[in-house]
Design a binder for this molecule. Structure first.
Ligand SMILES: [Fe+2]
Length: 227
């Protein structure tokens, strides 16, 4: 390798090192770190809330399956979500919590509307590690096992998308050890930068849905940019 090529290789390696950081905090304001160019995920670890937990349990006890996609403005979010969840007092804290996240998401990214998807899952929705072709997606697992992900610095991105024939979970070469696989926690609010975030090409957060145990349910909310 020539001296020039070596220098450019080193520069590229340095650029890669400063990309793909993840930041975790216990307060809402951590989410503004999404604007730091070197992050590809920020996580707000929320305190659990008894009223919200009761509402989630009430909702899950009433529904075996649920899948809803909605375009929401912050102004109409609460009314629309509460109707979609069944309009009962039991689930009101859940409706309020989702509406607060819609408001926060639209405010953070200066959006007029957010695209909401709320789903009860009893199996993994996207079991293979992948990146999302979106600018940024909010993900929170209200109940159940939460999203798994891989730190940018530990993966071989050239192995992304290579289909393993025998086992959908075996993405050989993408990561070195199963211990590299990280997992969010129930209740965490995460902003996952995708490949379409300016400057985040080839650094979108690599993640997957976890396997859901037999008889278990997972309540997953995602919010996306609209317009
Ligand atoms: Fe995804």
């Amino acid at each position: 390798m020539s001296a020039l090529a070596l220098e450019s290789h080193k520069e590229q390696a340095l650029e890669e090192q400063v990309q793909g950081k993840f930041i975790v905090g216990q307060t809402l304001d951590v989410l503004t770190a999404v604007y730091q160019q070197d992050t590809n995920m920020v996580v707000w670890q929320r305190d659990s809330d008894a009223a919200l937990q009761h509402a989630i349990d009430a909702f899950l006890s009433e529904k075996d399956s649920y899948k809803r996609n909605m375009a929401l403005t912050p102004e109409l979010a609460l009314d629309t979500i509460h109707k979609a969840l069944g309009n009962t007092d039991n689930v009101l804290p859940l409706s309020q919590n989702i509406a607060e996240l819609v408001d926060m998401f639209c405010c953070l990214f200066e959006l007029e509307r957010a695209g909401l998807r709320l789903t009860i899952l009893d199996s993994a929705m996207c079991p293979r590690f992948h990146v999302d072709r979106v600018p940024c997606r909010l993900v929170t697992t209200y109940k159940g096992v939460a999203t798994q992900w891989l730190p940018h610095s530990l993966i071989n991105r050239s192995a992304l998308g290579v289909r393993a024939v025998k086992d959908a979970q075996d993405q050989s070469g993408l990561y070195q050890s199963k211990e590299d696989i990280q997992q969010l926690t129930e209740g965490d609010v995460a902003l996952l930068k995708g490949e379409l975030w300016p400057g985040n090409e080839n650094a979108g957060l690599v993640h997957r849905s976890p396997a859901v145990g037999v008889g278990e349910k997972r309540l997953l909310l995602t919010l996306d940019f609209l317009d």
